[in-house]
Design a binder for this molecule. Structure first.
Ligand code: ADP
Ligand code: MG
Length: 238
């Protein structure tokens, strides 16, 4: 569960090809970071995997099945949005249970999964509060909880920490890494922040203008950047 393969996947908006055909393999349980400057296509690539955008060409395989035409809700993936996407009028419990309610799960199963997620995320004492009564870090954990309860094959994060302050960001990075260690579920994490990429990733995918410049572990990219762009971006000596 959680192996994602892109075969010659491309994306154009109108006449503009923002992602020329690319191949990428993400292994089950890997923490993969898409990194690159603003506008390089990170979000678009993530949205293609999530099914929130249709590919212009190529195929997306999830656990060996062609998912290219499968609607987002049926791909078994969960996108983690920034914490401001929470519903302010709903309790934490209701926010976390929301996707399960939409999917029509029975109440007992909803409660079981919400309580399990709350325990993993240290939110047990906060289930009856509303987002406005939580700290920024707690709110971000609620947003992650909403993904966890779906028991996805992979988590997709699009710059989830970019509206948190610097100190909180460091803590949340550690929390997400810890969560990955605990769940051992595939995570794809988009960021423009090199430090985030280097500290969190098993595998980094460096993008420039929709093109993959290099794929490798943080150490591989640091020791053997393929070109000046990667070296400059990763901050290695080349
Ligand atoms: P990143 O997330 O790396 O900042 P994006 O994936 O958001 O980059 O955008 C990549 C390119 O695609 C940019 O040039 C952006 O303007 C363009 N783009 C993204 N979404 C759309 C859209 N819905 N319509 C037209 N162009 C888009
Ligand atoms: Mg983006």
């Amino acid at each position: 569960m959680g192996r994602i393969v892109l075969e010659k996947v491309s994306k154009s908006f109108g006449d503009v090809e923002v992602i020329p055909p690319l191949d990428l393999e993400i292994n089950d349980g890997e923490f993969v970071v898409f990194v690159g400057p603003s506008g390089c296509g990170k979000s678009t690539l993530l949205r293609l995997i999530a099914g929130l955008e249709d590919v212009s060409g190529g195929r997306i395989l999830i656990d060996g099945q062609d998912a290219t035409a499968v609607p987002p809700a049926k791909r078994g993936l969960a996108m983690v949005f920034q914490s401001y996407a929470l519903y302010p009028h709903m309790t934490v419990r209701k926010n976390i249970a929301f996707p399960l309610r939409m999917a029509g799960l029975d109440k007992a199963e909803q409660d079981r999964r919400v309580e399990q997620a709350a325990e993993v995320l240290n939110l047990t004492d906060y289930l009856d509060r509303r987002p406005g009564q939580l700290s920024g870090g707690q709110r971000q954990r609620v947003a992650i909880g909403r993904a966890i309860v779906r028991e996805p094959a992979a988590f997709l994060f699009d710059e989830p920490l970019s509206n948190l302050d610097a100190a909180l960001r460091v803590g949340m990075r550690l929390e997400i890494s810890e969560l990955h260690n605990r769940l051992e579920t595939t995570m794809i994490y988009v960021t423009h922040d090199q430090v985030e990429a280097m500290t969190m990733a098993d595998k980094i995918v460096v993008l420039q203008a929709g093109v993959i410049e290099q794929v490798g572990s943080p150490l591989e990219l640091y020791r053997a950047p393929r070109n000046k762009f990667v070296a400059g971006f990763i901050g290695s000596p080349k």
